[in-house]
Design a protein around this ligand. Structure first.
Ligand code: 8YV
Length: 311
């Protein structure tokens, strides 16, 4: 049996299949992780990881027989791709299958923040409604929506926002000639001309803190930020200051800098809607993600081409 190191759990339906085919070493359950790795380092040929957990160079370096890292997630920012490339370690991820669900949450968070859906729910439950009507909220349809990062998820958010009659502009490292939305090469200009910013960029050094104090100031006091990418893309110190001072109106956040131990200041804010990094967390998408991880591993160990290799 082939030995696989798993950094975190998958749903039962994936675990059952993986455990039937491979010898699985569960890093997250090990009291002494180094001891587990040392015991099996000569046998482990694959790492099955999750987007947020990734695989560091330090971990891969401890596994001399490592051939492949298969990631349950599209984002590979937590995997040291440079180390993998230099050492001939293949990497796979789960693109496409999660795009639509992540985009749904982008729009869902925008509606939740602008229309104050959680507050409205609480208003009904706690009896406030019997004493009078709730205050008015912010419209979403027809507004100017800026998308930061026009990849698969960005395009899926744009398709949904178009159905809300939003005027859609986007910032990216390149213009997408295949899409009808307005390209803005300057992020500050995009923020200045948008009422809502939806961040869908990949994580990593090149996008770290790209949403900074200047961008938030340019978005202004009527602006709402939605982050469905990685916590690293937003300067959280600047975001928290802007939310606390009213320099922006609100934020909808699925991802955070220090997950899952997020900055407690977020919990005190009434102008945010928070999600536990769960944008792809539907049964349908997670089944497809798990299948892709397992199919990539089966393809590799069966001598076939990978389904979704990371370049
Ligand atoms: C998952 C993700 O929540 O795809 C990604 O990059 O971050 C998410 O879809 C995560 O990978 C599941 O562990």
């Amino acid at each position: 049996m082939t030995d696989i190191l798993m950094t975190g759990p998958y749903p039962d339906w994936d675990m059952a299949d993986l455990e039937a085919r491979y010898r699985i070493h569960k890093l997250w359950q090990a009291e002494d992780k180094d001891a587990l790795i040392a015991r099996h380092s000569g046998a482990i040929r694959a790492i099955a990881t999750r987007g947020e957990l990734g695989a560091s160079a330090a971990l891969m370096a401890k596994l001399p027989k490592l051939e492949i890292v298969s990631c349950y997630g599209v984002g590979t920012d937590a995997i040291d791709l440079g180390y993998a490339r230099v050492n001939g370690i293949l990497v796979t991820n789960t693109p496409d299958v999660l795009t639509e669900d992540v985009a749904d949450i982008g729009i869902g968070l925008l509606l939740a923040v602008a229309r104050k859906i959680p507050q409205a729910d609480a208003y009904v439950r706690d009896g406030s409604w019997r004493k009078g009507n709730m205050g008015l909220v912010t419209r979403v349809c027809g507004k100017r929506l800026g998308i930061v990062g026009m990849g698969r998820v960005g395009a899926a958010v744009a398709r949904r926002a178009a159905a809300f009659d939003c005027a859609i502009s986007y910032f990216d490292s390149r213009k997408r000639d295949d899409l009808p939305y307005t390209f803005v090469g300057d992020l500050l200009e995009l923020a200045r001309n948008s009422e809502f910013l939806v961040v869908t960029l990949a994580g990593g050094e090149s996008t770290k803190h790209i949403i900074n104090a200047d961008v938030l100031a340019a978005l202004g006091p009527d602006g709402i930020v939605i982050n469905i990418s990685r916590g690293s893309t937003v300067d959280e110190t600047a975001l928290l200051a802007a939310l606390e001072s009213g320099a922006i109106k609100g934020a909808g956040l699925d991802v955070f800098w220090n997950e899952p131990t997020i900055d407690e200041r977020f919990l005190k804010l009434s102008n945010v809607v928070l999600q536990p990094h769960h944008a792809s967390g539907t049964v349908e998408t997670r089944k497809a993600m798990g299948r892709l991880v397992r199919d990539n591993l089966a393809a590799h160990f069966g001598g076939q081409s990978l389904l979704t290799p990371v370049a």
